[in-house]
Design a protein around this ligand. Structure first.
Ligand code: GLN
Length: 489
């Protein structure tokens, strides 16, 4: 049972099947780590100890009976944006601090069906709005590599939990970078699939045309196992894609040769604003792929600088509509002793939402208001098309696009909390993939000082298997993904 927290998903699967350890022992080991380390990290909002041990015992029985699912007995954590039957689902907001979900999100259901064991729900930015995990009603998460630094956001709890191995893997969501950016800042791997690949049913909506769920784990191989279980058509999500789910773990094995793979390097991703040491680590990673036979191609994504402005019109617009349902009437927070209906609405929303969420709702309401709709919202949708066209053109010349995930490493807690515009630039390299609906991932590729750096890979629609393969080949040559922060080793 020694050091199960250092094992990959494949090793956990093998160990469980070989009887080296039981799922109950595994769950216990991770629950013990959570009890020991989470007080300093704050990565979890809820730990579902009893439920985890019960699910683990059931998994052990299925393993013994020979009816094990693909992830049978493997523990994991869910971002607190996914509805979980009978378990608090807060979205890190005071608004939902009392909300017990009456059903499981499809992602939760799919992973449970594969046999995975939920350890708990992870901390995040309130309603997934943020890049630092500081907007959580439950307080900030700390970066396991440096406790005074942020883990990134919005899936910061999931990324920190995996980085400190308080879970072997966790789910996340990515509307503008919220899987990839925290993965980069915490030195772990994460993938945002093609829009529509993973069901959004039961995933609390932020910006529906951008939101996409995906896994965060130590390696691309681990991600392959998770994504294969998460993905799939769901009639309950109107944008779900009805396509067969590729056997990602099997496809990884054939990823071997990168000869002839064309990797595009967008010049706009390596310019001003990129930290020098981060850029250097990313270039080293690209050299590894070149050594493995890939061909590097300079490309241009000329509308890159429009991604952040377009996103900060579209995302708030959609959020202002999605968050209208939190009115103090049907569920969630309700103010004390409302005078009348208007007072109930105003105070419930005023007291239930935090500052960043309110800012987004106000911007969104403004850009959708008659008279401004064409000037802002329609304009942003047009920019979105230009950004998609940039990628379509690039993917005629290259197979994948590589660049930095984030412009810098993890910044100090509080450094940007009062400066939303600077905070918004944290996603300057990630947002375009959401606007276009493309799959993209981040894997660790070294350090700048003491802090991890992530390299981003963006693929064409439905090219997740190729992205995972390219990342996996890199991780066979390097060991950045195996490094653990000393205090959590
Ligand atoms: N940081 C971006 C935002 O604040 C993206 C968040 C996300 O992907 N959920 O909106």
């Amino acid at each position: 049972m020694s050091a199960v927290h250092r094992k990959s998903i494949a090793e956990l699967r093998a160990g469980l099947r070989a009887g080296e350890f039981s799922s109950a022992e595994l769950a216990r080991a991770f629950l013990d780590r959570i009890a020991r380390f989470d007080p300093e990290l704050n990565a979890y909002i809820t730990v579902t100890e009893e439920q985890a041990l019960g699910a683990a015992r059931a998994a052990d029985q299925r393993i013994a009976a020979g009816t094990a699912g693909a992830l049978e007995g493997v523990p994991l954590a869910h971002k607190d944006i996914f509805c979980t039957l009978g378990v608090k689902t807060s979205c890190a907001s005071r608004m939902l601090a009392n909300f017990i979900a009456p059903y499981d999100a499809t992602v939760v259901q799919n992973l449970a069906r594969a046999g995975a064991v939920m350890l708990g729900k992870t901390n995040m930015d309130e309603f997934a709005m943020g890049s630092s995990n500081e907007t959580s009603w439950y307080g900030p998460v700390r970066n396991p590599w440096k406790l005074s630094a942020v883990p990134g956001g919005s899936s910061g709890g999931s990324a920190a939990a995996v980085a400190a191995r308080l879970a072997p893997a966790a789910t996340g969501t990515d509307t503008g970078g919220s899987i990839r950016q925290p993965a980069a800042l915490c030195g772990v791997s994460g993938i945002k699939p093609t829009y529509g690949a993973v069901s959004r049913y039961g995933m609390i909506a932020f910006a529906s045309s951008l939101d996409q769920a995906g896994p965060i784990a130590a390696s691309a191989e681990d991600l392959a196992w998770l994504l294969a279980a998460m993905q799939g058509f769901d009639a309950r999500d109107s944008t779900s894609l009805d396509r067969p789910v590729p056997d990602y773990p099997a496809l990884l094995q054939s990823a071997g040769d990168l000869k002839g793979l064309r990797i595009g390097l967008p010049r706009e991703y390596f310019g001003a604003g990129l930290d020098g040491a981060v850029g250097a680590a990313v270039h080293e990673a690209i050299k590894v792929w070149e050594r493995l036979g890939a061909k590097l191609v300079d490309i241009s994504l000329p509308n890159s600088d429009l991604a952040v402005p377009a996103y900060y019109v579209v995302a708030p617009a959609e959020c202002s509509s999605n968050l209208a349902r939190f009115d103090g009437v049907r569920f969630g927070y309700r103010c004390e002793q409302p005078r009348d209906l208007m007072d109930l609405y105003k105070r419930s929303r005023g007291e239930g939402f935090g500052a960043e969420v309110k800012r987004r709702i106000m911007i969104g309401t403004y850009v959708l208001s008659s008279g401004y709709y064409d000037a802002y919202y329609i304009k942003a949708q047009k920019l979105r098309r230009l950004i998609s066209d940039d990628f379509a053109r690039a993917f005629k010349e290259v197979d994948v696009i590589a660049g930095p995930t984030a412009p810098e490493t993890a910044f100090s807690l509080g450094a940007k909390a009062q400066d939303p515009l600077t905070m918004y630039l944290s996603d300057i390299y990630t947002i375009a993939a959401n606007l276009a609906g493309l799959p993209a991932m981040s894997i660790p590729c070294g350090f700048a000082g003491d802090l991890p750096v992530g390299v981003q890979l963006i693929g064409n629609y439905f090219d997740e298997a190729r992205l995972l393969g390219v990342a996996h080949r890199y991780q066979q040559e390097t060991d950045w993904h195996r490094r653990l922060p000393e205090a959590f080793a």
